[in-house]
Unconditional design. Structure first.
Length: 751
C-alpha cells in the first residue's frame, strides 16, 4: 500500500506568515524510550472518543467496521508520496510538508513557501490585470478593486464566501504545483478546522468539499486542537510522564475563535469535549484600528475613504495587527510613554498616513475596552477569556473535582502575555506550555497526523485480520452458550414458580390443585412477556460478553507486542467491567451511559440482545414451556395422589373423608387409588392432610423437569438460523467498532 509514498505535507492556512520549523528531532524515539521505562505496567488511556482528537477523520460521525476501515486506507494511500499540512486560519495561512521517503521517520515538518514567504496573512484581492492575489499583495498592490481579510468561517451557502474561499485555496494550490513545491496528485492534504465545527457532522464534509472544488485531489479535515496535541506529543513538548498523569487542556487562541479541548489521558473512561467561542484576537486588531482612527486628525476623511474602499480599511487593520504582534513579542520594551511598537504605516492615497502608536498605556486602554459579546454581555477581551476558563474550572470541580495537569497553548494570539497569566491564575496547579512557534504549531501537527496515519496502515490491515479471524469466530462459538444460559434462567424461573405455588396449595392458600395450576399458568404467561424476559436476560448476557472480552484482551496482546504498544492499550477496547462512564460536560453536553471500550455501551448491546431473544422466547419457546408445565402438574398430581391415598387409608380421619366421597368400599383396591388420582385436583383437602404430605418428594419430581426445560428451550433457539446470524453480526460489530477506535488512538504510540 505504501510502496510509492515518499512524503507527507502539512498545510497551515492562517492570517499570518508561515513560520519555518526551527529544529528537527526524534521526539517519538524519546517517547518510545521513556514509555518502555515508565509504562511497563501502565496504559496510556487514549479514549475511543478521543479518536477525533488525535486521528479520526470526522466526516460522517459514524465509524465503519474493520474491513471497510482498512480497505479505505489501502485505496487512500496507494499512490501518496507526501503529506501536506494546510492550516488555513482566520488570520494566517501556513503549509508544511513531510516526505514519506525521508529516512528519518520522525523528521520535523518543513515549511512550504508560497510566493517566497513561509506564511501569509489570510487575505485575497482582485486586480484587473494581475488577477487574484493573496497575502499582503492582496492589500498593498496598487489598483486592487476588491479585497477580503479574516474570511474563514463555518461553511455556508453565501456566494461571496464560496467564491473567495475557492479562489484563495486554488491560488495557493496552483502556485505550489506550478513551482514544484507539492506533487499534486500524489499529495495528501490534511486541513485544520476549529474544534467546534466537528460537533456538527455536516460541517466537516462541507469544508472538505470547498477544498476539493478548488482542485485539491485528496483532502481530509481534522480539528486544529487535535493537530496541536499531536504536535506536542511528537515534538516531545508533552512527555509520557505528563501524559499519564491526567487532564490536558488544549487552548487554541486564533484570530476568529478560541477553542478549548479537554481530555483525560489517564482515565480511559473519559470522553473529551470541545467548545469554541467567538473570542478571536482580530477583535483587538479592530479595536486598535478604531483607536488609531479616532486619534487621527483626518478622521472624517479616512472614514469616507474606508467606506468607499474597503481594501484600504483591510490594509490598515493589517498594520494594526502587526503593531499588536510586535508589542506582545516584548511588552516590557514598550511600557514607557512614546515607546511605540513598530508596526509600520499605511500611506493612503498619497495624502494620509495611518500609523498606530501603541505603547503600554494605549494597549492597557484597548484591553480594558468592552469589545467581546459573550452570553449577551459585553466584556473586555482578557475578562472574556478568563470567564471562559472560570466556567470550565467550576464545571470540573463540581463534577469530579479535577484540574488540568497541563495546559497547552497554541495559535499566534497565545503569545499575548496575559493569556498564560490568566491560565495560571485560574488553574494555579497546572503546567502551562506553549510551542516555540505557536502560530506554526497547527501546520506541523496536521502534517504529523498525516504521516502517522499512513505509516500505520499495515497496523490496520492486521487489525482487520484480527476482526475477521479472531473476533467473529469467538463470538460465533459463544452463541450456544448464550442459548444455554437463557434456557437455564427460564428453567430456574419456571421451577421456582411451580414450587412456590405448590407451597401455597400446601398451606391451603389455594383450596384445590386446579386452583394452583391456574395461578402457575398465569404467572408463567406473565414471565413469557417480552418486557419481563428482556429484563431477565440482561444478567445472563453480560457475563458471556465479559468472557468474550476477556479472551479477546489476551488474544490482542500479540498485536500489542508486535507494534510495541503497551499491553492493555488495545485490550481496553474489550473491557466491559465498568458500566457507568460520564462525559465531561460544560452544560451543552449531556452525560452518557457507556462502557469503557465498547463504543455503543454495554447497556445498548445488552438491551438489543435481550430484546431479540425475548421476542423469540415469547412467541416460539413459550408454548413449549407451557406444555412442559402441564406435564409437571400431572406428575405433581400423581405424586400427591399416591401420598394422600396412603395417608387417608392409614388414618381414621382419612377413612371418614373417603367415606364422605363414596370411596370407602374401594380402600384396598387399585380402583380406589385411580379414583383418588382422578378426583384429587378438585378436592379441598383439610390442612392436616396437606401437612402430612412430604414436600421433598414433590420437589424431587419438579426438579427432574429442569433439564427437560433447558433442552427444549435450547433446541428451539438453535432451530432459528436467522436469529443466530443477527446475534453474531451485532455482537461482532460492537467489538470490532470498539477495537477500531482504540487502534486509531494507539497508532500514535507506534514508531
Amino acid at each position: 500500500m505504501l510502496e510509492n509514498i515518499t512524503e507527507v505535507i502539512g498545510f497551515d492556512l492562517g492570517h499570518r506568515e508561515t513560520m519555518e520549523s526551527l529544529k528537527r528531532g526524534r521526539a517519538m524515539e524519546e517517547i518510545k524510550s521513556a514509555r518502555n521505562k515508565e509504562m511497563e505496567s501502565t496504559t496510556v488511556g487514549w479514549d475511543p472518543a478521543f479518536i477525533d482528537a488525535l486521528s479520526e477523520v470526522p466526516t460522517s460521525g459514524v465509524k465503519d467496521n474493520c474491513q471497510n476501515q482498512s480497505s479505505r486506507r489501502v485505496t487512500m494511500f496507494e499512490s501518496i508520496t507526501e503529506v501536506i499540512g494546510f492550516d488555513l486560519g482566520h488570520g494566517e495561512t501556513a503549509l508544511t510538508c513531510l516526505r514519506l521517503d525521508d529516512l528519518d521517520k520522525h523528521s520535523e515538518p518543513v515549511p512550504v513557501e508560497i510566493y517566497k514567504k513561509k506564511n501569509h496573512i489570510t487575505a485575497i484581492g482582485y486586480h484587473p490585470k494581475k488577477g487574484t492575489l493573496i497575502g499582503e499583495s492582496a492589500l498593498r498592490t496598487p489598483g486592487i478593486t476588491e479585497s477580503y481579510i479574516t474570511f474563514k468561517r463555518r461553511p455556508n451557502s453565501d456566494p461571496i464566501y464560496q467564491r473567495i474561499m475557492h479562489d484563495f485555496i486554488k491560488t495557493v494550490y496552483v502556485h505550489l504545483v506550478e513551482q514544484g513545491k507539492v506533487e499534486g496528485d500524489t499529495s495528501r492534504f490534511i486541513v485544520g478546522c476549529p474544534s467546534e465545527w466537528t460537533q456538527d457532522e455536516t460541517v466537516v464534509p462541507s469544508y472538505e468539499q470547498i477544498f476539493s472544488q478548488a482542485d485539491i485531489p485528496d483532502v481530509t479535515v481534522i480539528a486544529e486542537s487535535r493537530a496541536a496535541l499531536v504536535q506536542a506529543v511528537e515534538s516531545g513538548m508533552l512527555r509520557i510522564a505528563e501524559l499519564i498523569k491526567g487532564l490536558v487542556l488544549v487552548i487554541d487562541v486564533g484570530s476568529s475563535t478560541t477553542d478549548f479541548t479537554l481530555v483525560d489521558l489517564k482515565d480511559k473512561k473519559s470522553i473529551p469535549f470541545d467548545i469554541g467561542r467567538d473570542l478571536g484576537a482580530a477583535l483587538i486588531d479592530k479595536e486598535i484600528a478604531k483607536w488609531t482612527l479616532k486619534k487621527h486628525p483626518n478622521q472624517d476623511e479616512l472614514e469616507k475613504i474606508f467606506e468607499e474602499h474597503p481594501h484600504i480599511r483591510n490594509a490598515c487593520e493589517l498594520i494594526c495587527r502587526k503593531a499588536k504582534q510586535e508589542y506582545f513579542s516584548d511588552p516590557e520594551r514598550y511600557q514607557e510613554a512614546g515607546d511605540y511598537a513598530p508596526g509600520g504605516g499605511e500611506n493612503i492615497q498619497g495624502r494620509y498616513l495611518f500609523m498606530p502608536e501603541i505603547d503600554g498605556a494605549v494597549m492597557g486602554e484597548i484591553l480594558n475596552t468592552h469589545i467581546v459579546k459573550i452570553d449577551g454581555e459585553l466584556k473586555t477581551w482578557p475578562d472574556a477569556f478568563e470567564n471562559e476558563l472560570e466556567k470550565l474550572r467550576q464545571q470540573l470541580e463540581s463534577s469530579k473535582d479535577l484540574s488540568p495537569e497541563v495546559i497547552l497553548l497554541t495559535g499566534g494570539a497565545s503569545r499575548m502575555n496575559f493569556v498564560p497569566e490568566i491560565c495560571k491564575k485560574v488553574f494555579p496547579q497546572s503546567s502551562v506550555k506553549s510551542d516555540n512557534a505557536p502560530e506554526f504549531c497547527i501546520a506541523k501537527g496536521l502534517a504529523r497526523w498525516g504521516r502517522v496515519e499512513i505509516n500505520t496502515s499495515q497496523f490496520f490491515k492486521d487489525i482487520e485480520q484480527f476482526c475477521s479471524e479472531t473476533i467473529r469466530p469467538k463470538v460465533e462459538g459463544r452463541i450456544d452458550s448464550l442459548y444455554e444460559s437463557i434456557a437455564g434462567i427460564i428453567a430456574d424461573k419456571v421451577i421456582r414458580i411451580i414450587k412456590r405455588q405448590f407451597d401455597r396449595w400446601k398451606d391451603r392458600t389455594y383450596y384445590t390443585i386446579n386452583s394452583m395450576q391456574h395461578h402457575i399458568d398465569r404467572e408463567i404467561e406473565n414471565l413469557m412477556q417480552e418486557k419481563t424476559l428482556s429484563e431477565l436476560f440482561r444478567d445472563q448476557i453480560r457475563p458471556i460478553l465479559t468472557n468474550i472480552g476477556s479472551e479477546l484482551r489476551d488474544d490482542i496482546k500479540g498485536l500489542e507486542n508486535k507494534y510495541g504498544i503497551p499491553i492493555g492499550t488495545l485490550g481496553a477496547s474489550f473491557d466491559l467491567s465498568t458500566p457507568g462512564i460520564n462525559r465531561f460536560s460544560l452544560g451543552s453536553q449531556s452525560k452518557i451511559d457507556a462502557t469503557d471500550g465498547m463504543a455503543e455501551g454495554l447497556g445498548t448491546i445488552v438491551g438489543w440482545i435481550s430484546g431479540i431473544l425475548a421476542t423469540v422466547v415469547a412467541y416460539v419457546v413459550a408454548p413449549v414451556v407451557l406444555a412442559i408445565v402441564v406435564v409437571i402438574i400431572s406428575l405433581i398430581s400423581t405424586t400427591l395422589a399416591s401420598l394422600i391415598f396412603a395417608i387417608l387409608i392409614s388414618n381414621p380421619g382419612g377413612l371418614l373423608i373417603l367415606a364422605g366421597i363414596g370411596l370407602v368400599g374401594l380402600v384396598a383396591g387399585e380402583k380406589a387409588k385411580e379414583a383418588v388420582e382422578s378426583n384429587m385436583p378438585s378436592w379441598d383437602l383439610p390442612l392436616w392432610v396437606r401437612n402430612l404430605v412430604d414436600k421433598s418428594s414433590v420437589y424431587s419430581s419438579i426438579d427432574k423437569q429442569h433439564s427437560v426445560i433447558v433442552n427444549e428451550v435450547t433446541s428451539k433457539l438453535k432451530e432459528d438460523d436467522n436469529i443466530r446470524q443477527q446475534l453474531t453480526d451485532k455482537i461482532t460489530s460492537v467489538f470490532e467498532k470498539s477495537l477500531v477506535e482504540k487502534a486509531e488512538d494507539a497508532r500514535l504510540l507506534i514508531s
